[in-house]
Ligand binder design. Structure first.
Ligand code: ADP
Ligand code: 5GP
Length: 188
């Protein structure tokens, strides 16, 4: 790529605070935008098509996949999630772009886009993730438990990531990520 904008991948277990961090990063930095993934999951209360995700049917997802329309995709909790390739490449012409995706997705992005910066978000403790998912109040206890079972798997791949940031105090974590991006841009 010939521009100076960076593609930043935020990963980490469900409930660790990726969405909250991404929202703050965008509010505080005019040169940062968020990629919107496609998913076959149904919208939660308060979620809007084209804001949190592009909510699409499975058949549409599969046809986009066959057209090489995703930078990466994966299946979680019986639904497909994918990063729309053209949307990201177009956004990168304007700004730094954040992807909020799982570890396998992040590693796949790095293969397809080697200058991507991979940042793993860690919780202060596993129990804190349960507290945050309960507090978020968007999932049944059964779904919370299934998300909890994936924590070790996600965090187990952190050595393959470029950086790890602990989301204990939210603002400290956000500042740390801002500094990482700044330092990475100064190297390009
Ligand atoms: P993810 O996108 O990783 O699934 P969310 O951003 O939805 O996680 O955060 C899960 C819950 O944790 C939300 O209720 C959010 O307000 C809360 N949360 C996020 N970061 C922190 C933090 N640093 N301290 C306390 N609560 C947090
Ligand atoms: P949720 O249903 O809670 O919004 O997301 C479930 C999981 O899907 C989270 O771990 C989230 O990071 C991941 N995810 C969201 N979008 C994408 C995507 O485009 N690609 C991949 N690989 N994972 C995604």
């Amino acid at each position: 790529m010939s521009n100076r904008n960076v593609l930043v991948v935020l990963s980490g277990p469900s409930g660790v605070g990726k969405g909250t961090i991404a929202k703050l990063l965008i509010e505080r930095n005019r040169n940062v935008s968020l990629s919107i993934s496609c998913t076959t999951r149904k919208p939660r209360d308060g979620e809007l098509n084209g804001r949190e995700y592009f909510f699409i049917e499975k058949s549409e997802f599969i046809s986009k996949l066959e057209d090489n329309g995703f930078l990466e995709y994966s299946e979680h909790f019986d639904n497909y999630y994918g990063t729309p390739r053209q949307f990201v490449l177009d956004s990168l012409k304007e700004k730094d772009v954040l992807l909020e995706i799982d570890v396998n997705g992040g590693l796949e992005v790095k293969k397809n886009y080697p200058t991507a910066l991979l940042i793993m978000i860690e919780p202060p403790s596993v129990e804190e993730i349960r507290n945050r998912l309960i507090k978020r109040n968007t999932e049944s206890m059964e779904k919370i438990n299934s998300r909890m079972q994936r924590i070790d798997y996600e965090l187990g791949k952190k050595d393959l990531y470029d950086y790890t940031v602990v989301n204990d105090d939210l603002f400290t974590a956000v500042e740390e990520i801002e500094n990482i991006i700044k330092s990475e841009k100064s190297k390009i």
